[in-house]
Design a binder for this molecule. Structure first.
Ligand SMILES: C[S@@+](CC[C@H](N)C(=O)[O-])C[C@H]1O[C@@H](n2cnc3c(N)ncnc32)[C@H](O)[C@@H]1O
Length: 239
């Protein structure tokens, strides 16, 4: 087991030698992860401003979520970010990278808080979804991926640009990210067999990318449905 044994074992889990998935609340889960045991964190929290996009219909796939009995997943409140970022910093090994998906509003909140936790902020990468989406003030075609560093770690390929072009996913999990996008981040910021963590795994796109790239994955999500989708997806990968 890659985490310290939880006191109560009512949480669903799936443990193999190359990945461990848990149904768990992110901060409670990270508290079980040993200090400096993780090589890379890539995560996509359900930040508060997503609710605004949903209210005006500017985010795709927000109305019906296969992953929830209500129509949307639980939002992670902004006031919890300092604790979350502190835990992510603690679990990462000394020279490592951290990527966080978010919109422009949340980027301004996260950047100073992540710096307070100890990270160096490099820049926002742009995920270019290649086709325009909804919106009124210039239609949405990109998302930010905030790129942070703990200590110093060299990117594996210095020729990769800061705009990453991968088509958006249609009819997937709400706000599902293409696994190929995470594969690029993984290739850039980790080596074979290293351990990658996503505490808001959703449909496990980071986990799928991790296994395809021959690394190990540690993932969690608060929702049982997300856990079940992740389990099915990761088990269907050819070994
Ligand atoms: C934006 S989605 C992640 C989508 C994922 N990147 C993908 O490609 O499928 C955020 C996920 O966080 C989960 N979540 C919400 N609050 C949480 C919490 N406090 N702890 C852990 N997971 C949480 C939701 O159930 C949802 O699956």
């Amino acid at each position: 087991m890659l985490i310290n044994k939880p006191k109560k074992s009512r949480h669903a889990k799936l443990i193999t030698s190359s990945y461990e998935l848990y149904q768990y609340e992110a901060i409670d889960f990270l508290k079980l992860v040993p200090t400096e045991s993780i090589d890379l964190v890539i995560t996509d929290p359900p930040y508060e401003s997503l609710e605004k996009h949903r209210a005006v219909g500017t985010t795709t796939r927000l109305k019906n979520s296969k992953a929830s009995s209500n129509t949307w997943f639980k939002i992670f409140p902004n006031y919890l970010f300092p604790e979350l970022l502190h835990e992510i910093y603690r679990i990462l090994k000394k020279n490592s990278h951290f990527y966080l998906f978010c919109d422009q509003e949340t980027a301004f909140i996260i950047k100073p808080e992540a710096e307070d936790a100890g990270f160096k902020f490099w820049k926002p990468l742009i995920w270019d979804k290649k086709k325009i989406g909804m919106g009124y003030h210039y239609r949405a075609r990109y998302e930010f991926i905030l790129f942070f560093e703990k200590g110093k770690r060299k990117l594996n390929n210095l020729a990769i640009p800061d705009i990453l072009e991968y088509p958006r996913i249609h009819r997937g999990y709400p706000t599902e990210k293409p696994a190929e996008l995470s594969e690029t981040l993984i290739q850039q910021s980790s080596s074979k067999n290293e351990l990658i963590c996503d505490p808001f795994m959703g449909s496990c796109s980071v986990g799928i990318a991790t296994i395809r790239q021959n690394r190990r994955f540690l993932g969690a999500d608060i929702s049982r449905e997300a856990f079940n989708i992740s389990k099915k997806r990761i088990q269907s990968l050819k070994s």
